[in-house]
Design a protein around this ligand. Sequence first.
Ligand code: UD1
Length: 418
Amino acid sequence: MDKLVINGPCQLTGNVTISGSKNAALPILMACFMAETKVTLSNVPHLKDVTTTIQLLASMGVDVLFDEKLNIELYSAGLTSKEAPYELVKTMRASILVLGPLLSKYGEAKVSLPGGCAIGSRPVDIHIKGMQQMGADIRIEKGYIIASAKKLIGADITMELVTVTGTENLMMAAVLAEGQTVLRNSAIEPEVTDLACFLNAMGAKILGIGTDTLIIDGVKSLTGVKYTIIPDRIEAGTYLAAAALTGSKITINNADASHLTSVLKKLRAAGAEITVDGSNITLDMVGKKLLPVDISTAPYPYFPTDMQAQLMVMNSIADGSSSVAENIFENRFMHVSELIRMGADIYLEGNIAKIKGVDKLVAAPVMATDLRASASLILASLVAEGETEINRIYHIDRGYELIEEKFHKLGVDIHRTN
Ligand code: UD1
């Protein structure tokens, strides 16, 4: 099994290009088979989760081609299968996103209950309830969701919790449903907005994009388009946190600062000087003292749970004490025990981590437990003295494109081994 080996401590320098957003690309890929004609997608990141999604679509009969610029072309005139099998989707929770499009366009779907990061129970009850409200008949059998509907009918749906993939799934179900659907308490993450814009570009009628109430008038069919995926705000935030942590100055390119407001605010509070120039963001922390920042995760536009682990590493060596509250997922503190093994002083009290900044971290063999936890261990190794070996890095390949190449370019002594 692959490992990453990193020699620290180090300082970063130079610039890094941010890839397309994983969490926008996945639902958009899933939405492609609702189109009657060819869809061409640009800025799709080359990641394990994207490969899994493409395999899934191909297994259902979608033709997938890469052009000379690595744009992805998808053509799905006639599906041969309406099943998302366990073998393909067990590693990826986002596979649940085939449910809405399949049900909406073909009136039937058999989708394995999702796996993915082990960060709590992560149910899909809100997805299922919403589709039932739209008239779907849904049962769970042997680990599969089996759904059918002659025709989905628009409904007025209030989601009990703000859920990103839940909003996306119901939005995709609604675009080809009969009549109007209102989705209340919708997630407003930029990835949800990107999906909505993509669907509208294909001919859907979604109003209220970017607000928590989406009004969707069902249309008869969708046509193919060319579409460019937004930059990955979490990858961007991770590199910026790496620079803040190591007292470095770097520039990230192809980023969208408007999606990073809450993260940039915390990085500034930690002492970083940040300048935005179009799609370039420069963070300068050279010679500055790293200050502790309190964090409380919440749905967008507030601080993202996907950046919690990375900011916790910064707090681990900041000058003072801080607290980090995780309000979205239970069990999303699995990085804490590994950070403690590297010398961090962190105490857990329910969903709150209390952190006392220490002078330095030390290298140790550590284990990645989920996607963002792996990122935090890479960050910790940048400031740890000695050689850190990070095991189980398949998690990181699910979400960070070319991670060792990108850190290597920024001056980090990093390599992959097995
Ligand atoms: C998405 C992101 C993930 C991010 C998360 C929160 C993708 C592919 N993944 O995950 O990176 O960390 O949003 O920003 O986009 N819940 C229920 N019932 C449901 C659905 C959700 O109880 O039917 C709960 C979850 O357990 C969790 C909360 O709602 O406590 C939010 O989860 P949700 O927004 O659905 O996360 P994901 O869409 O899985």
